[in-house]
Write a protein that binds this ligand. Sequence first.
Ligand code: AMP
Length: 114
Amino acid sequence: MNDCIFCKIIAGEIPSSQVYRDERVTAFRDIQPAAPTHLLIVPNKHLDSVNQMTAEDAPLLGHLFFVAKQLAAQEGLAESGYRLIVNTGAGAGQTVFHLHLHLLGGKPMSHLVG
Ligand code: AMP
């Protein structure tokens, strides 16, 4: 996707604070962190949102969660807890239309976000 900021980050065309990379997934720190740890875990393949996924993408999105679990441990959050969020659609707060998993932790969080 030519105009997708996360595709450009994945391609190395714009800088990011990268914390993980493999053949399927890239993870980097959110530029406007909402918690002491705020990572974005992003499939290297462009999908606009969960709405665009097919059955073929299910293992990829499972891998996203597995990487999140590993990064949470790496960030020291496995015991204290962390939140994984996937905003889907503008009405849910999605602003970057390249599917991504937010990993938030390092501060107490209330039951749900509004
Ligand atoms: P969402 O609102 O769920 O689509 O989340 C998009 C997230 O991407 C927001 O938390 C932004 O702060 C973050 N973001 C936007 N541009 C960048 C960037 N260049 N590097 C890192 N994070 C970004």
